[in-house]
Design a protein around this ligand. Structure first.
Ligand SMILES: [Zn+2]
Ligand SMILES: [Zn+2]
Length: 158
């Protein structure tokens, strides 16, 4: 019997990236990107990556990892009013969370992708139903393509 890891759902908060502030944060960060403009052009908005949390906890989106020793991560943290308006935001630079998940049966380990001392569950315990649904669809599609290939390869028995 296979053990399943208990999981929590990902927070659904989304907000516009405050481009000017984010640019300053990236430029000032030691080990920041060479092309902060380009980096932000791809991210007009950000999603909270944490597991579901209460409204007193800041949302958090990862913006950049500096390959310093140890690596440092730039996170955008924000809070919202009940109607989804951003009330407050800040940028924080933090080392990564040291937690890791070791799956002994399947022989792999996974580091937590969140900043040190983050609230709530570690990233490896969080599921995103949309992402999972897309992954499942891709898997089924791949299976379908493979079985079609197999059908083509079947020698003609005439
Ligand atoms: Zn959140
Ligand atoms: Zn963690």
């Amino acid at each position: 019997m296979k053990e399943t890891t208990s999981t929590v759902l990902q927070c659904t908060a989304v907000t516009d990236t405050p481009i000017t502030h984010a640019l300053v944060a990236l430029v000032e960060m030691p080990g920041g990107p060479d092309d902060p403009d380009d980096h932000l052009a791809d991210r007009p908005y950000v999603l909270c990556e944490l597991g579901e949390h209460d409204e007193d906890t800041e949302h958090a989106a990862h913006l950049w990892t500096a390959e310093t020793e140890p690596p440092q991560h730039l996170w955008f943290r924000w809070t919202e009013s009940g109607s989804g308006l951003r009330v407050h935001h800040r940028f924080v630079i933090l080392p990564g969370c040291p937690a890791r998940f070791i799956n002994i049966d399947e022989g792999y380990r996974q580091w937590c992708g969140f900043p040190d001392e983050h609230p709530g569950d570690h990233s490896f315990r969080i599921t995103d139903p949309l992402r999972d649904a897309l992954a499942e669809r891709a898997r089924l599609e791949a299976q379908r393509l493979i079985s079609e290939d197999d059908a083509d390869d079947t020698p003609d028995e005439s």
